[in-house]
Design a protein around this ligand. Structure first.
Ligand code: ACO
Ligand code: ZN
Length: 502
């Protein structure tokens, strides 16, 4: 592992080298593979046979895991020696043992006591062996599709809404108590952050793959048809194993149920009546709406959301235990309904003071300012709660860039207005005004080089350059959340409604 957490192929120990052929190049080998016209060192993570021939899954050295790809023989340099796998270290995982874990029944699921001991990070990183993947169970007994439909129909029964999309109103949804899991793609900016470095890091960083086991995970879904869009997943997501054999899978953009074939998806679409996320609309302006959804009350929908988001979130996502979380889902509206743009999840009670667990803008909406709206919304909720919030760590590469930008912009805007305020400007006052933690304020001030020590005193300085840069970025910024329009009171939960549902 490099400091950035990237998978650096076979650097640990010297490996045996030799000439490989298409038949001997196995998972765990390190070979030279052409990427963007350049030969690149890559670890082979998997092999598959396709209609057009054999393909190898390449994880490129110093490239973000998002850029892993299936490559044909022609892109592999067989004239150059490859590094053979280190027999012990690179032993490919036995798919059977994985299945056993994945198909674990309730009996072998962690006991409640053990679950308690699972760290928070692990709760939200549902990694192999920790979280049962009951979907696999269905695949294995060949009943996946039926179960999927059955569960989905059942939940749809309770999700039926009809009427005008996104009408402000009480949460009409019934608690989804079903224990069965859900059917079963620029910048000039603020401050002396080096943009180039940051963007270079985007390409090269390991996308904070903190868990080495995750490195070996191969992107399993090639393409997703989702409403009007075709999505190209970045990372592995634990959809049923049979789904990985499909060229494209289908996800209903409203109820988020997933289908491996067009026929069953079309049948589903004829029946699906959902036109907006199954919760209360707590915010609406001319542009977007926000819905609040309780993971416990809408388990199926929230699990489906997590499965969808896992395709774009590498480091952490919960996809099974959604009970302790609330989901704040942002949509756009048109005559057909409210279309998912992105969301953030939030623990019902965070002992670490986090106001966001996971945050995502669907790729078709990224780099359009929606991430800012999601982040702003999370801080507006913290203001209403009278708390200081911070996103759960670690942040992804894109998460860090977006948060830094949000923090910088907001601190500078606040300071620009400060001269009119009769208040001493300190880290604490900034934190209070923005519902940010003092640590986040301080780190941002340091990164922007806004803190100086002058005549024995720490001072916050705002340079003309920063002011100028902010004026430019503000001119580009189109949208903001209007806090006045938020119709929300901090929900109160009993202990039982925060806990695991088993
Ligand atoms: N390259 C460079 N800068 C970027 C990039 C990028 N690809 N993406 C965001 N930024 C920075 C920019 O400064 C941008 O402002 P600008 O466009 O004015 O220059 C700022 O972040 C905000 O950009 P938005 O368009 O508002 O953000 P977006 O809608 O793209 O959403 C998000 C950001 C949610 C992080 C998105 O990239 C995403 O969903 N990524 C995949 C999932 C992920 O990594 N989530 C965060 C995990 S951390 C956590 O969950 C707590
Ligand atoms: Zn549907």
């Amino acid at each position: 592992m490099s400091p950035s957490g990237e998978a650096t192929a076979g650097r640990d120990e010297p490996r045996k080298k030799g000439i490989a052929t298409a038949d001997t190049l196995v998972a765990g080998c390190v070979a030279y593979v052409t990427k963007d016209g350049e030969p690149r060192r890559a670890t082979i993570l998997g092999i598959r046979e396709t209609k057009s021939g054999r393909q190898w899954y390449a994880n490129f050295d110093s490239f973000n895991k998002r850029l892993d790809e299936w490559v044909p023989q022609a892109r592999i340099n067989f004239d150059k020696e490859v590094e053979w796998p280190n027999p012990e270290k690179d032993k490919p995982k036995d798919p059977k043992s994985k299945k056993t874990t994945a198909a674990t029944s309730k009996k072998s699921q962690p006991s409640k006591k053990n679950q308690k001991r699972v760290s928070k990070r692990e709760q939200s990183v549902a990694s192999e062996g920790q979280t049962p993947h009951p979907w696999t169970e269905y695949v294995e007994n060949g009943q996946h599709k039926d179960k999927n439909q059955e569960t989905e129909e059942k939940s749809m029964g309770s999700l039926e809404v009809g009427g005008t999309p996104g009408v402000l109103g009480p949460d009409e949804m019934e608690i989804d108590e079903d224990e069965t899991p859900a059917g079963a793609a620029k910048k000039d900016s603020l401050g002396p952050f080096s943009r180039q470095q940051e963007i270079e890091k985007l390409r090269t960083s390991g996308s904070m793959t903190q868990n080495p086991a995750e490195v070996s995970r191969i992107r399993n879904i090639s393409q997703v048809e989702f409403g009007r869009y075709v999505l190209f997943p970045w990372y592995f997501s634990p959809y049923p194993e049979v789904f990985s054999q499909e060229e494209s899978i289908f996800i209903c953009e409203f109820c988020l149920s997933y289908y491996a074939d067009m026929k069953s998806f079309s049948r589903h679409r004829q029946k699906c009546t959902l036109q907006h996320p199954p919760g209360n609309e707590i915010y609406r302006d001319d542009f977007v709406s926000f819905f609040e959804i309780d993971g416990r009350r809408q388990r199926t929908w929230c699990r489906n959301l997590c499965l969808l988001s896992k395709m774009f979130l590498d480091h952490k996502t919960l996809y099974y235990d959604v009970d302790p979380f609330l989901f704040y889902v942002m949509t756009t509206r048109d005559e057909r309904g409210c279309h998912l743009i992105g969301y953030f999840s939030k623990e019902k009670e965070s002992t670490d003071g986090y106001n966001v667990a996971c945050i995502l803008t669907l790729p078709q909406y990224q780099r359009k300012g929606y991430g800012r709206l999601l982040i702003q919304f999370s801080y507006e909720l913290s203001k209403i709660e009278g708390k200081l919030g911070s996103p759960e760590k670690p942040l992804s590469d894109l998460g860090l860039l977006s948060y830094r930008q949000y923090w910088s912009e907001n601190i500078i805007d606040l300071l620009l207005g400060f001269s009119e305020r009769d208040e001493k400007c300190t880290i604490e006052t900034i934190a209070q005004h923005l519902a940010m933690t003092a640590t986040d304020v301080e780190h941002t001030l340091q990164a922007l080089k806004m803190q100086v020590y002058h005549k024995g005193e720490h001072k916050i300085v705002l340079s003309d350059k920063l002011v100028e840069q902010r004026a430019k970025s503000r001119a580009k910024q189109k949208r903001l959340i209007d806090p006045e329009r938020i119709q929300w009171k901090p929900p109160v939960f009993t202990a039982s409604s925060r806990t695991w549902g088993w």
